[in-house]
Design a binder for this molecule. Structure first.
Ligand SMILES: [Zn+2]
Length: 592
């Protein structure tokens, strides 16, 4: 084995030594405070000249990098020990500093919008500014489409209590829900999260019982959730009306640097190719002894075939698979394991889930997860290493040229995950193991092509209806059930009308339409994977060049420049869907 005796805990001391009591960290935080005050003054007094603008942009990027360095570090501390109170204190402090930074930038954006085109374009020719020209033009254009600085500032202030607070209220409602169930003669009270875990149980009776009680709970809280959802949407619709933005999708599309044509082409390709995924759902139903699946059967496990790997084995397997697609990605990952950039230890007191976070000053990354040896852990590890590799290939670039959007953020991670999960299927030792791995992949496709499609259909229709007035619980249920039926092509026995209440994503106020970027990322990456398989080792260079440009152009330009592909046409998206179809075909074959 190439890698042996790896430590499963990460090294954070090489970033700041001493954890949440670190002197180095505290002094970095004080210098950010000073930098923010100085920057604020500079922006307030700003008079445009090429030179002064360049100086300000240098300061902005330096401050942003250090701020993010500290935010990442404190995030790591809070994740590795949920009881680290000092880390939580520092997080609160850094969050308000981040808000101050954002406010300074909004003022700067407005000042940029006032610079005459000719002088602006001239300034962007300079070597330093041209490397961040895309981001600067984007900020300037957006500022000119919004209300005046004073109006936007007032709106942002009022939004704290009048908009974001609805999201907090929702969290409070959800936190108080206790779902009482009687299972195997025992009475239990489950939280929402616990109930959701139970709904993926292998025991259908348990899934059914919990789902019924879960639905009852949402029915009881429905009025509060509907209130919150209606006011979040009402706030957004009003703001858009004042800004004279007619389409509710304008903002989410802008944030993801993509056009409506691209989004429509993606959904069209998905809609035209759902047949095989319906066959998969039908097959799963018959394997479970059912005529049709119900909502709570979609994510049910088919078997308990689970092969485990040690951490060392997983590391070697991942590095070996990466090698065949990109030696650079393999070498980078080997280093990440050896330099202890990964926290994978299976112990209590850690927060659940996984993430990859960047340190833009030190040019390092850290990965967080809990590794217990399952195939899904191995995928997660590969996924997060993909994110880390994305940061690594951008490490010499200016800060604003590395700020990629959610839809392309998942490109490198999904790509890495696909390389590894495909290899896992190929090297599976038994038929059962192979079926379980393929089923896992098919489930993911169903989530992206059907479940998330339903969320998107629901959300667009709801926002339209909301323009005419409040939308009551009964109508929200109707809209959701219709969207699910449509997205799943009527293939299920029953649906989940209260999904609009149970899905946190609809209540996120920082990011509108927290759904289609997921599907975009997955499919975009699948398309790249399909191309990589054809081109072999010559693809590496092209792949790295594409990743480096993810924050410097629109997705249409990105795909055209690096893949010579037109993402506004369904034909492009079909290539990615075909990758997913291969898995389903093999699954259907093996389970005949
Ligand atoms: Zn990810």
């Amino acid at each position: 084995m190439l890698l042996q005796g790896l430590r499963e805990s990460w090294d954070l001391d090489s970033i700041f030594s001493g954890g949440s009591r670190s002197e180095e960290l505290l002094s970095a935080i004080s210098s950010i405070e000073a930098q923010l005050a100085a920057l604020n003054k500079k922006v307030e007094d700003f008079q445009f000249s090429k030179e002064s603008f360049q100086v300000i942009m240098k300061d902005v990027q330096e401050t942003a990098a250090l701020l993010n360095e500290c935010i990442s570090y404190v995030g790591c501390l809070a994740a590795q020990d949920v009881n680290d109170k000092q880390a939580l204190n520092l997080r609160g402090k850094l969050e308000s500093m981040n808000a101050a930074y954002t406010t300074i930038l909004v003022l700067l954006d407005n000042k940029m919008a006032e610079i005459p085109d000719e002088e602006w374009n001239e300034a962007l020719q300079s070597e330093y500014l041209s490397s961040i020209a895309f981001s600067l033009n984007e900020r300037r254009n957006l500022a000119s489409q919004k209300l005046s600085y004073e109006q936007e500032a007032l709106m942002n202030d009022l939004a704290v209590d009048g908009y974001h607070s609805w999201s907090t209220l929702y969290d409070t409602v959800v936190g108080k829900i206790g779902i009482e169930v009687e299972l195997n003669g025992k009475n239990e009270t489950l939280s929402v999260g616990q109930a959701e875990n139970r709904m993926t149980s292998a025991d259908r009776q348990e899934r059914e019982t919990v789902f019924a009680k879960y639905t009852e709970a949402w029915d009881q809280q429905g009025d509060y959730c509907a209130e919150a959802l209606n006011h979040i949407a009402g706030f957004r619709n009003s703001l858009y009306k004042h800004r004279k933005w007619d389409e509710v999708l304008k903002e989410p599309l802008d944030i993801n640097r993509m056009s409506a044509d691209t989004l429509n082409a993606m959904w069209q390709a998905i809609e035209e190719n759902k047949g095989l995924f319906v066959s998969y759902l039908d097959r799963k139903a018959s394997l479970l002894g059912l005529d049709k699946l119900s909502w709570h059967d979609v994510d049910a496990p088919l078997s308990s075939a689970d092969s485990k790997m040690s951490y060392d084995e997983a590391a070697n397997f991942i590095v070996e698979q990466f090698q065949s697609f990109s030696p650079k990605m393999a070498e980078f990952s080997k280093q990440a394991f050896e330099k202890q950039w990964i926290e994978a230890e299976d112990r209590t007191g850690k927060r659940p889930g996984g993430f990859c976070t960047g340190f833009p000053v030190k040019n390092e990354t850290r990965i967080f997860m809990t590794f217990s040896g399952t195939p899904s852990n191995v995928s997660t590890l590969a996924h997060e290493l993909g994110h880390a590799f994305h940061s690594y290939v951008m490490e010499d670039m200016p800060y604003l040229a590395t700020d990629y959007a959610m839809n392309v953020a998942e490109t490198a991670s999904t790509f890495a995950e696909m390389v590894v999960s495909d290899a896992a299927v190929k090297t599976a030792k038994t038929k059962e193991e192979k079926i379980a791995l393929l089923e896992d992949k098919a489930q993911r496709s169903v989530a992206f092509f059907m479940n998330i499609h339903a969320r998107f259909l629901f959300e667009t229709r709801f926002y339209e209806e909301r323009k005419k007035g409040l939308v009551p619980v009964e109508r929200l249920n109707e809209l959701m059930a219709e969207a699910q039926k449509e997205a799943f092509c009527g293939s299920l026995e029953s649906y989940h009308p209260y999904f609009w209440a149970s899905k946190l994503h609809f209540y996120i106020t920082d990011v509108p339409f927290y759904n289609f970027p997921y599907t975009f990322g997955y499919l975009f990456s699948a398309c790249i994977y399909a191309i990589a398989k054809i081109e072999g080792s010559s693809f590496e260079e092209k792949y790295i060049a594409l990743l480096r440009d993810t924050a410097s152009m629109t997705v249409e330009e990105l795909a055209m420049k690096h893949l010579n592909e037109d993402v506004t046409k369904p034909a492009f998206w079909k290539k990615g869907i075909e990758v997913a179809m291969e898995d389903v075909k093999e699954f259907l074959d093996l389970t005949k």
